[in-house]
Design a protein around this ligand. Structure first.
Ligand code: ADP
Length: 435
């Protein structure tokens, strides 16, 4: 803000400075021109005008002087004489054209107007001087330059007048002269605004990431605590005497501890993988595999491990195409999609898994009948730690890493993952891997 204020102040002062310089230049040039005229030609450019005015004044003052009875008569007469004098001078003065060519030769614009201002004018009559005008000069407006004031006495009149140059298009002239400086300043203002906007956006992005991280830590703590507390309770149970005589319960508890330890281990691995992935790129250990067969195996073991938690409809259409991929990562990818399809479903989960051959890719589609994803989240769900925390979904556990992995694994294979969803109807993920 301060910088902007300084810039605006600078623009303002540059403008004023250029304006003063312009007026000064025309003042100097026109005065130089006038002195040249005076020194070389012994003339000031008003000789002809003064001669004619003299004749006109003589004529008015002698024979044609009307009888002025009332004050109104006198005023009207003065006005008429003054107007005539103005027009005689303006028609016959030679200074304007001389200055125009002088200024042009000096290399500057000369399309200015010239003006004469009569401040005192009096006719000399037989009955003494008759004052026609005595006008205090008004303040010179900002576009005008006073070239010189003249005082002249002739046979038939006395006159004081000023000659001025009027730079009617002064603004345009100043603009042309100040253009470069103004452009530079405006450019720098634009750069500052741009930097400001970029910094602001970066800040917002950082804030968003930091919020995501905080959410992640909260989720992670929650996720780790659940199996841990189960294990603790199970451990305490085993310490109780009455249970020592009941081998079935011992076995059950041990089984529970085992299951929870595996879950805990998986969670820790996931977290470790994140930090590992951050530091290095994926290193794929590619193998030539039949995608249809591999996908079917993954589906089968998924169903076993979750005790048939969903109905999965399979359709393999690649004709057993062989693809070079990392077996482990591919399995993680499909498993994550299947697990989400089950997690984010309000009713009985039904999943359709399909493979097909495209032009240069093999495509694997996982579609579900789940809760769906609102439009505004679709662009973000592949981001690290991103979770949708509205509606009932936040009750579902997760770390916001599943889809992040899926996307990164697909990319590491040179492929991609896309999503299509209708809230309330279901979601379809499509993985494409180049053949
Ligand atoms: P997590 O499941 O741990 O929250 P993910 O990265 O797997 O993290 O998913 C990110 C978010 O995308 C989830 O929080 C969920 O809201 C949404 N999501 C993912 N898969 C589905 C799906 N099949 N149906 C509806 N929402 C989904």
């Amino acid at each position: 803000m301060l910088f902007m204020a300084v810039q605006i102040y600078m623009i303002n002062s540059i403008w004023k400075q250029k304006e003063e310089l312009l007026l000064m230049r025309y003042k100097t040039l026109s005065r130089e021109g006038l002195s040249l005229l005076l020194s070389k030609k012994k003339a000031n450019g008003f000789e002809k005008a003064m001669d004619i005015t003299d004749k006109f004044a003589g004529l008015v003052a002698s024979e044609k002087l009307p009888v002025l009875k009332t004050a109104d008569d006198t005023a009207a007469f003065r006005k008429q004489v003054l107007e005539q004098t103005y027009s005689i001078i303006e028609k016959n003065e030679a200074l304007s054209s001389f200055l125009r060519s002088y200024i042009k030769k000096a290399g500057y614009e000369n399309d200015f107007k010239t003006e004469v201002f009569i401040s005192y004018f009096s006719l000399l009559t037989y009955d003494g001087p008759l004052e026609i005008a005595r006008i205090t000069p008004p303040d010179i407006p900002g576009t005008m330059v006073l070239v010189n004031s003249f005082m002249q006495e002739h046979n038939n009149f006395v006159i004081d007048y000023s000659f001025l140059i009027n730079l009617t298009n002064k603004k345009e002239m100043v603009f042309r002269e100040a253009f470069l400086s103004l452009a530079l300043i405006t450019g720098s203002i634009l750069i500052v605004i741009m930097v400001f906007v970029i910094t602001w956006r970066n800040l917002m992005e950082e804030k968003r990431l930091s919020d995501l991280k905080t959410d992640f830590i909260n989720n992670m703590t929650h996720e780790l605590k659940t199996p841990l507390s189960t294990i603790t309770v199970a451990g305490r149970t085993l310490e109780k005497e009455q249970i020592l005589n009941d081998p079935t319960r011992i076995l059950e508890t041990a089984h529970l501890i085992g299951k929870q330890s595996i879950h805990l281990n998986q969670l820790i691995n996931t977290i470790l993988e994140v930090s590992l992935l951050e530091r290095s790129e994926f290193e794929l250990t590619r193998q030539e595999v039949n995608v249809d067969e591999l996908t079917h195996q993954i589906v089968a073991s998924f169903l076993t491990s979750c005790d048939g938690c969903a109905v999965i409809k399979e359709e393999y259409n690649t004709g057993g195409v062989i693809v070079s991929l990392d077996l482990l990562y591919y399995t993680t990818m499909v498993n994550n999609l299947l697990a989400n399809a089950v997690k984010y479903c309000a009713s009985e989960p039904v999943i359709w898994i399909t493979t097909s051959s495209e032009d240069k890719n093999v495509a694997v589609t996982v579609a579900d009948n789940g809760v769906g994803i609102a439009r505004e989240h679709l662009d973000h769900i592949f981001e690290k730690f991103y979770r949708i925390t509205e509606g009932n979904i936040h009750k579902t556990k997760g770390l916001g890493l599943g889809l992040y992995y899926v996307n990164r694994i697909a990319n590491a294979h040179g492929g991609e993952v896309t999503v299509n969803s209708k809230p309330g109807k279901g979601t379809t993920f499509k993985i494409r891997i180049p053949l």
